[in-house]
Design a protein around this ligand. Structure first.
Ligand SMILES: [Zn+2]
Length: 219
């Protein structure tokens, strides 16, 4: 059981969780289980919990805890998750974390690593609020970290750069506040259980963060 990687990835919006997740699952050959994708897959397969989730998703409502937990339970019972998994976007609350522990314990398993990609809120705001994309060719820029040669103009095709409506600073600060409210209790929960470690992502490139993530997962 010590060879299992039953991993949870935590990190705020813009922390670069997606990039780290891709590399972890490729290197450790783990299934990448993200809540959104899992719900969509369960709906597509028409599983019992998928049909339940569909009632809520169809109307744009938040899928209730017991349904999300049921979908996770079904997904973790699939053969590819028998020796490990990377969970992304779940759990979000203490009750979800407790339910996850309980369902793993039934199979003689436990969460082995919780990796927190820890980036200061101000940097998350800079990263997200600085995102721009070209209205012509779609190339992505960041006004702070990866600016175009001329302000507001695409290097490649010369068209205007635009910002997504929900990437403005107020919206981003609100998304970060929601994340911090939700995640702070989980950090305490997993710290108490001795499974949480942080990869400091402030001012770091994805490669540097990943070097630390590899160290954490090697233990
Ligand atoms: Zn362009």
């Amino acid at each position: 059981m010590s060879t299992q990687h039953n991993v949870i990835l935590l990190g705020g919006p813009g922390a670069g969780k997606g990039t780290q997740a891709e590399r972890i699952v490729a290197d450790l050959r783990l299934p990448h289980i993200s809540t959104g994708e899992m719900l969509r897959a369960a709906v597509a397969k028409g599983t019992r919990m998928g049909l339940e989730a569909q009632k809520y998703m169809g109307s744009g409502a938040l899928v209730p805890d017991e349904v999300v937990i049921g979908v996770v339970r079904e997904r973790l019972a699939e053969p590819d998750a028998a020796d490990g998994f990377l969970l992304d976007g779940f759990p979000r609350t203490i009750p979800q974390a407790e339910q996850l522990d309980a369902m793993l314990a039934e199979a003689g398993r436990a969460v082995t690593h919780v990796v927190l990609i820890d980036v200061p809120a101000d940097e998350l705001v800079q990263r997200i609020a600085g995102r721009r994309s070209c209205a012509g060719c779609g190339k992505l820029y960041n006004v702070t970290f990866d600016p175009p040669k001329a302000d507001g103009v695409c290097d490649v095709c010369g068209r205007e750069l635009v910002q997504r409506a929900d990437d403005n600073e107020d919206t981003v600060r609100n998304r970060i506040a929601v994340y911090e409210d939700q995640t702070a209790p989980l950090i305490g929960y997993y710290t108490e259980r001795g499974v949480l470690e942080s990869a400091l992502g402030g001012g770091k490139l994805p490669d540097e963060v990943y070097a630390r993530v590899q160290q954490i997962l090697a233990d």
